[in-house]
Design a protein around this ligand. Sequence first.
Ligand SMILES: [Zn+2]
Length: 310
Amino acid sequence: MPKNYLSNFAAQNGLSWDAKRGAAYGMFQDYRITALYLASKQYMVNMNVHVEEPERVAELAAYLNGLLSTYPALNHANFQNNTITISVKSEGAQDVDTLSRLLQEIAGHCRYNNYANCCKQCGSTENLSIYGVVGQCETLCSDCFEKYTVDLAQASAQKKDNPVAGIAGALLGSLIGVVLWVAVYQIGFIAGIVGFVMAVCCIGGYQKFSGKLTKTGLILSIVIAIVMLFAAEYISVGIEIYNVFKEYDVSFTIISGLRAVPTFLGESEILSAMLKDLAIGYVLMAISSVSYIRNVFRKTSNEQEAVRLA
Ligand SMILES: [Zn+2]
């Protein structure tokens, strides 16, 4: 696990290792740094320095660019908005050494040029700390952090969950899923694959109409998706019966088809086909919901987050 290399890097350099965020942060020589391991198998390190004069900004950018030829693992290095950002490709156990050497070199260069550590937001070099804000680690001054917490409180007060609108949205979204399910069934394809779309439409509908996806909203959306998926399969079987019987009996309507479904489910062949469709549908629904569930739980636990870390 390359994340472990980041924790080793943190331990070797006296930084804090935050397993929850998967981040290393703290003072590296005279500079606060934050380091993350990304899904793209690279490390992203941020360091904030205050550089005012345009020619010195250009100097720093050119210096960082020059590092690309010395460090093959270095994918990217730039300076923008008070922030030096580097991304380093993970190559295994040597990552610890690569990151340490690279940052020593950058910190040395900044110190030599008197580039002071600063707030990411405003560039102030006073009262700095590393803060955890909405799941991110950032070097901020106390003023910017305070402003941030006020904004956060205001934003969350304005953004209220509206479950009634949310349920309406989920039901509306589920109709898209039902229509699609019935259509795919009629074509003769495995309708179950639409289970994926059903969950996305219900959860997305809730989110759009309610303005916010809460844990309750997510559970309601999933319940609606489960019920509507069953309804969609039921309707599909009813239409199938109608299509067969209308040939023999002109008075046989779609309603008659739907009414006949329970009787036909007595036939093991029809029942097992229906169960197979539903099983695929529910499995795919579960798969498509997982990322939503993970996001919602992570978001609700991070949404209000604004803490001083180091
Ligand atoms: Zn600031």
